[in-house]
Design a protein around this ligand. Structure first.
Ligand SMILES: Nc1ncnc2c1ncn2[C@@H]1O[C@H](COP(=O)(O)OP(=O)(O)OP(=O)(O)O)[C@@H](O)[C@H]1O
Ligand code: SF4
Ligand SMILES: [Mg+2]
Length: 347
């Protein structure tokens, strides 16, 4: 995978919410790459900045949030097949409401949002909304758009798709609505699909089906996926590569096998310990990570994880912020346990 160029490169991205009470550094200098055909899982506890990170990529940050630094580099190929000459666009510099960003959002990069109801309007039929999306981004007429909509619904396993076109989202079961949302996101053949916790509201069996479906669609279309979840168990089922976030920063990155079998960062280790075990007796309390996440206005100096870290080194971890640096050939970690990791340059 690494002989290819990344499709998306996020570099030192900072997205802050500037409030009267203070500044929430929701995303505070994160970097990661997404290669063509790769499924990247972003994982971390609630509030660590996963949604803000990907909303930054799509230019849909709510006010008073804004990107205050960094780059979001998208590599586009003129012929669309991943080969030939490419242009690199910095999405962080584009006008979020401008023509170029609108042509990328929903077409080249599509999203399944965290709030299921945000995907479909309750007053228009599923068919109308998918057809509208296709008409907006593709040079086709209404009849062809309807044909594509039916094809996409069939592809995601919605039974009798022709009839479903006239259904409203609230008439569908949770599982079917999820599939219709995926069909809408795929309607314009995106090169990157961003799925924000798409399976939290559905039962475990449906969840497994949706994950399998996403994986097989990803292979058929050779698209990249950024999959966001707080659940490492879900990441294990879908991702090739993992980005572990904590308090707006990246703690560790690496291939899925290394993250699960040889985690390097104390936070990743703590997250792994908190996965419920199938063997655990039903009355065994779920292990949780010691300590609580600091309030966004009271972020610690130094390593953000130090107040909860079992390996905390006084005088080092509370004074300096570790950069995200390679700790072996495949993994990077931001932790001073590794002598090769140095203080982040800009801090
Ligand atoms: N509109 C907003 N105004 C102020 N702060 C915000 C806003 N949206 C998000 N934040 C803050 O930014 C931080 C990151 O939020 P984000 O929604 O990205 O977390 P998350 O990792 O997606 O969590 P979850 O797993 O609960 O979805 C949090 O501290 C949150 O309170
Ligand atoms: S830098 Fe220090 S506090 Fe932070 S994770 Fe590493 S050992 Fe723990
Ligand atoms: Mg979120």
């Amino acid at each position: 995978m690494n002989n290819q160029q990344p499709y998306l490169s996020v570099r030192n991205l900072q997205t802050h919410f500037i409030l009267d009470e203070g500044v929430v550094k929701a995303v505070d200098g994160i970097s990661f790459d997404v290669y063509p055909g790769q499924v990247v899982g972003i994982v971390g506890e609630s509030g660590c900045g996963k949604s803000v990170a990907i909303k930054s990529v799509l230019g849909i940050i709510e006010k008073p949030g804004r990107i205050v630094g960094g780059e979001i580099l998208l590599r586009r190929h003129a012929n669309g097949n991943g080969h030939g000459g490419a242009e690199v666009i910095d999405l962080a510099k584009l006008d979020a409401h401008g023509q170029e960003m609108r042509s990328i959002r929903g077409a080249e990069i599509a999203m399944i949002p965290q709030e299921p109801m945000a995907s479909f309007s309750p007053v228009h039929t599923i068919g109308n909304q998918i057809v509208e999306t296709i008409l907006l981004h593709q040079p086709v007429g209404k009849q062809e758009a309807e044909r594509i909509a039916v094809e996409r619904l069939r592809e995601v396993g919605v039974p009798s798709p022709e009839q479903r076109l006239t259904a409203y989202s609230w008439e569908l079961s949770g599982g079917l609505r999820q599939r219709a949302m995926i069909a809408m996101a795929l309607s314009c053949n995106p090169r990157l699909l961003i799925a924000d916790e798409p399976t939290t509201a559905i039962d475990v069996t449906t969840q497994a089906q949706v994950l399998n479906l996403l994986r097989s669609l990803q292979q058929q279309h050779n698209m990249s996926i950024i999959f966001i979840t707080h659940d490492l168990g879900v990441i294990a089922q879908i991702a090739d590569y993992v980005v572990v976030m904590y308090l707006g920063r990246v703690m560790e990155t690496g291939p899925i096998d290394d993250i699960f079998h040889a985690p390097k960062h104390p936070y990743t280790r703590a997250l792994l310990k908190s996965i419920p075990s199938i063997q655990a007796k039903s009355r065994t309390p779920l292990p949780t990570i010691e300590g609580s996440i600091p309030h966004p206005f009271n972020r610690p100096q130094g390593c953000p994880f130090y107040p909860r870290c079992p390996d905390f080194m006084p005088g080092t971890c509370d004074q300096r912020t570790p950069g995200l640096q390679p700790v072996n050939e495949r993994q990077s970690a931001s932790c001073f346990l590794y002598p090769q990791v140095t203080e982040e340059a800009s801090r």
